[in-house]
Design a protein around this ligand. Structure first.
Ligand SMILES: Cc1cc2nc3c(=O)[nH]c(=O)nc-3n(C[C@H](O)[C@H](O)[C@H](O)COP(=O)(O)OP(=O)(O)OC[C@H]3O[C@@H](n4cnc5c(N)ncnc54)[C@H](O)[C@@H]3O)c2cc1C
Length: 382
């Protein structure tokens, strides 16, 4: 029989919400502490696409499991987080990159992903308004999106139905450790006692780990989004992204989609990547160059959007480790765990991260290989 533990999860983004759900469902006594409103950091501002397509092939088992878990959650009659199976189309701008993308798709198919390579002349069957100059594309019809706010809330409510306590506006300021074991966390004048603490605090995780003298190589990375007013449904049908795996659009990651409410959403991270430590504490204005470039890129790909009005834009920070993978697992103190380093794909991975942490607390064999995510993996490198 698995020992039931009292666990504090620090952070109520999608990672903390999924961990809380999996732990509470396994019978642990869970308390979620969130310094601000639930899902108010990067999670609530996400485009929340769920697909394993054109991501690191070595993570495929975890990604496939996670995508299935999302589908199962969506099929649960209590869930309502706008899961839409819209497909994902990854466009390729340069002819020279098509062969690499085709090879990646072949490898995906051999691993059980329903993806395909799409010649330029067939792209319009999938995305009729994508009339700009693209050389080819790859397509996963099973790609989906969820409403990010509703998804965070649904997972937290599910955790609550298994007895979890959810406490927004409760910042963790200290982590109490005695004789190498977790005793609890401090928020204001309150000591909240527990056996385990899971740091699911996104770009704030390194700062929190420092409280326990643990150095974690997690840095913030700026992600920006531009939103239009609502346009007719079906103007953009799928999630349209640049084809990173074959070195697509040079300005970094690009993602374009239409929300259920009709808005066109354009997301990218800045070229050059990481921000200064602590940048997440001072969310700046959106870069005006980003807005101009985004509009230009959108009009090049979707000329039909020419007369569309642009409504607003926002900035959030993702958490990134040097190899762009999550850090998931125990830290030095007994009972202290980390689950952070989303690298901009935290929605896809969240259920799998929840399952891994749940396996670890139960001392069970992992559902997936845990070594690639070991928090100490960088210490062994010379
Ligand atoms: C525009 C945009 C589009 C995106 N599109 C996608 C996509 O299509 N698919 C995808 O998978 N991902 C996407 N992402 C990335 C995705 O949103 C993130 O990977 C994910 O939300 C990370 O979740 P998290 O819970 O780890 O982090 P966060 O959402 O940052 O949650 C961490 C939480 O910890 C809290 N916290 C920090 N310190 C403390 C403390 N001391 N005490 C208590 N609480 C604390 C914070 O307030 C925060 O709420 C996108 C991101 C953006 C910005």
């Amino acid at each position: 029989m698995v020992a039931k533990r009292s666990v504090v999860v620090v952070g109520a983004g999608i990672t903390g919400a999924a961990i809380s759900f999996f732990l509470a469902k396994s019978g642990h006594q869970v308390t979620v502490l969130e310094k601000d409103a639930l899902g108010s950091a990067v999670s609530g501002a996400s485009l929340a696409c769920i697909t394993p397509h054109m991501i690191d092939l070595s993570e495929i088992e975890l990604l496939k499991w996670s995508c299935r878990a999302w589908l199962n959650l969506a099929n649960d009659s209590r869930a309502n987080f706008e899961y839409v199976r819209c497909g994902q189309l990854r466009f390729i701008e340069r002819e020279s990159e098509a062969a690499a993308a085709a090879r990646h798709v072949e490898a995906e198919r051999s691993l059980g992903i329903n993806s395909s390579f799409v010649e330029a002349e067939n792209i319009r069957c999938i995305e009729p308004n994508l009339t700009g100059p693209v050389a080819a594309a790859t397509y996963d019809p099973d790609g989906a999106t969820v409403n990010p706010f509703l998804a965070v809330r649904t997972l937290l409510l599910n955790a609550k139905s298994f007895g979890a306590a959810i406490r927004p506006h409760t910042p963790v300021e200290e982590i109490e450790i005695q004789n190498g074991c977790i005793v609890g966390v401090v928020s204001g004048s309150e000591l909240i006692r527990c056996d385990c603490v899971v740091l699911a605090s996104g770009p704030w995780t390194a700062q929190l780990a420092q409280l326990c003298n643990v150095n974690l190589p997690i840095l913030p990375r700026k992600a920006q989004c531009l939103a239009s007013v609502a346009v007719p449904p079906g103007t953009i049908r799928s999630v349209v992204s640049s084809c990173e795996a074959s070195g697509g659009v040079e300005a970094g990651y690009t993602q374009i989609q239409q929300s259920s409410s009709g808005q066109i959403l354009f997301n990218t991270v800045l070229a050059g990547g990481l921000s200064e430590p602590g940048a997440q504490n001072f969310v700046p204005e959106v870069d005006p160059v980003f807005v101009a470039d985004s509009i230009a890129q959108l009009l090049r790909l979707f000329p039909c959007l020419e007369n569309t009005q642009w409504l607003r834009s926002w900035v959030r920070y993702e958490a990134v480790a040097p190899d762009q993978r999550f850090l998931i697992g125990p830290l030095e103190a007994d009972g202290l765990f980390v689950a952070a380093g989303d690298a901009g794909t935290g929605f896809i991975r969240a259920p799998a991260v929840g399952q891994l942490i749940s396996d670890m607390l139960a001392d069970k064999e992992s559902t997936f290989r845990a070594e690639p995510y070991a928090p100490n993996r960088f210490e062994n490198r010379r």
